[in-house]
Design a protein around this ligand. Structure first.
Ligand code: 4FV
Length: 261
């Protein structure tokens, strides 16, 4: 995977290329990453990359010429790459998009600034538009880092264990189970016994239940949009019955309580 980032602030990426999973993936040549400064493709001596909007209004717009020059230079460098503009108008980025983009030879990531980029760039030179969320950033750089980070994790060999990415949140459409590490007791709270049992079957069951319940409590929308496995469905039914029983017992006890009064 070859990432080419087009930005007027390439220095923002220096620390990003040097740390964590992305930094190690670069060191181990699992991914290649570079930036192109859009300013270097501005034709005037002041390297201007923005101008006032036609039709008036506040803010500035990124000029098409420097952007076009930078994109064409990146495509020469990485002909099979997909060119992506990071913008609030894009499809919202998620794990499925990260998995899909990880299959490409390369990604050219165009970072806008100011109010946005001249529309004629989107038509001619952009293959896909991606948004990291429904809010407005001051620039596309942070969005590009989010995409690079999530896509890099899907490149085989970049995470510790081979299958680490498969066990991720969202990889099976559920949130991840709860995680614990030493000490066994922290401020009076101990680790669930089953995780100390060494009984892999029981641990796996516990983790499935933990993932299903956390998803039910925190992101029930994910349960509604996913094809549930037998075991996931059984876990939900078990808790459905449990809750039914609690309600039934509550009414029974409440009735008894009311009748006593
Ligand atoms: C954005 C987002 C985003 C819009 C104007 C940069 C800003 C400025 N990019 N997901 N949300 N971009 O807000 O990707 O040029």
């Amino acid at each position: 995977m070859n990432f080419v980032v087009l930005t007027i602030f390439p220095e923002m990426f220096d620390p990003f290329w040097e740390h964590g999973i992305v930094g190690r993936a670069i060191d181990h040549h699992k991914i290649f990453a570079s930036t192109l400064n859009i300013r270097d493709f501005a034709e005037d001596k002041h390297q201007v990359t923005d101008d006032r909007p036609y039709g008036g209004g506040s803010g500035m717009v990124m000029k098409p010429e420097p952007l076009a020059g930078a994109i064409r230079a990146a495509k020469r460098k990485c002909p099979d790459a997909k060119t992506i503009l990071l913008s609030p108008q894009g499809r919202v980025f998620d794990q499925a998009a990260a998995n899909e983009l990880a299959a490409f030879e390369g990604l050219i990531l165009v970072c806008g600034r100011y109010e946005g980029v001249d529309e004629r760039i989107s038509h001619e030179l952009i293959d896909d538009e991606i948004s990291i969320g429904d809010y407005v950033l001051t620039g596309g750089e942070l969005a590009a880092m989010v995409v690079i980070d999530a896509v890099t994790r899907q490149i085989p060999g970049t995470l510790g264990g081979e299958d680490a990415a498969e066990k991720d949140s969202f990889s099976n459409g559920l949130l991840e189970h709860a995680h614990y590490t030493r000490p066994q007791v922290f401020e009076g709270r101990s680790v669930p016994e089953v995780l100390l049992s060494g009984h892999h079957g029981a641990i796996e069951n516990w983790r499935l239940e933990s993932a299903v319940l956390r998803t039910l409590l925190k992101r029930p929308d994910l349960l509604e949009s996913k094809l549930l496995s037998e075991r996931e469905l059984d876990t939900l039914k078990k808790w459905y019955r449990r809750i039914e029983e609690i309600i039934k017992n509550y009414h029974r006890d409440h009735r008894a309580h009311r009748e006593k009064k």
